[in-house]
Design a protein around this ligand. Sequence first.
Ligand SMILES: Cc1cc2nc3c(=O)[nH]c(=O)nc-3n(C[C@H](O)[C@H](O)[C@H](O)COP(=O)(O)OP(=O)(O)OC[C@H]3O[C@@H](n4cnc5c(N)ncnc54)[C@H](O)[C@@H]3O)c2cc1C
Length: 396
Amino acid sequence: MKTADVVVIGGGIVGLALADAWLARHPGTSVLVLEKEPGLAAHASGRNSGVLHAGFYYAPDSLKAQLTKDGNHLLHEFCAERGVVVRETGKVVVTQSESEIPALRELFVRGQVNGVKLELVDEAQLRELEPLAKTHGSALWSPTTAVADPVAVVEALAGRVRERGGVIALGSEVTGAGPGWVTIAERRISAGYVINAAGLYADKVAHWYGVGTDYRMLPFKGLYWYGSWAPGRLQRHVYPVPDPRNPFLGVHLTVTVDGKAKIGPTAIPALWRQDYGGFAGFNAGELASIARTYPSFFRSKDHDVAGLLRSELPKYSRKHLVNQARALVPSVAPADFKIKGRPGVRAQLFHLPTRKLEMDFVFEHGDRSTHMLNVVSPAWTSALAVAKYVVAEINS
Ligand SMILES: Cc1cc2nc3c(=O)[nH]c(=O)nc-3n(C[C@H](O)[C@H](O)[C@H](O)COP(=O)(O)OP(=O)(O)OC[C@H]3O[C@@H](n4cnc5c(N)ncnc54)[C@H](O)[C@@H]3O)c2cc1C
């Protein structure tokens, strides 16, 4: 018996956005979202910075460039429709020495090519935008970057999926799947089409279908520290110029939707997939698999892995991390940033044959199935645009 026309594995923002986009395009069809956790937003979608990115970082021919600017617009529209608060912080990208100015200009050019509203500003203009930030010569101003509460967005999206007739089954871990079926709690249910949006486990689910077998997930942990500053003291997100060899943006300061300042996230190699701290979620098999993948990652010519480890591992120390942020906002002090935030883990896909971390979004289609393999940052921003794009591809 066919249980649903479409089964989505994973109820993070990507799975929910796909369910929503499918139902918008095919009203009256049955869509079942299976989420292993008892509540929504338990993983990346509820543990991120909540930054609505503008879309200027990404190579112009990438899916990230194509889908982030639209995703930002669609997410703004969605939040307005659903009454989810968005704080229009904007964002500044600052240099830590004059040697970074060429890279800053390169980001500006990328932004122009990607059609994103951006401005190069001097030190005096930066002081007007964000008096606490420091730069050397120039900075970049992105007025369309914003922030929202990531959990509130996920919950609102789940609400729209339900209103469109979708069913979200919490506490439903998929333990096996193949073309036309999935198994939950030893019960096999049939599905016209399966969409794998399993986040940290997307590679594992894809492998059940023989899809993405050259890929392994390499998780990276993002730690945060909140400041005790009065809300609104920091007004804009403040980011460094990123290292283009790695898919992470470097230590930055963000403003939460209620005006609090927050430092992070780090990109510390995680030892198992749901490695949020302590031994919670410990999985020996995952640890072994990650340990087997690291030697290959180490030999990568495309990433400075030793440099990444040298810069990230010391960030387990709060003082070290806060002092790093000081280069961007000199008034930051370790004594003011002592409140631990909820850590997140990035589901970063690694390609074994080329030894590369995938920088762009990666999704692949299999037999009656689609696999969202690399929907890393800024996929929280891009999710609604990604989902429209993928649903159109499935239907083409
Ligand atoms: C620290 C950090 C900061 C970030 N900051 C930003 C930001 O500011 N802006 C931005 O745009 N993006 C940001 N991102 C990226 C963004 O959070 C992710 O790209 C996005 O949340 C991915 O959504 P998802 O639905 O694929 O993953 P998830 O939220 O992880 O959802 C996957 C779901 O699948 C479920 N699942 C897994 N396996 C199974 C199974 N077998 N059966 C059933 N369910 C299963 C999981 O429980 C989970 O709920 C950040 C990410 C991190 C980690």
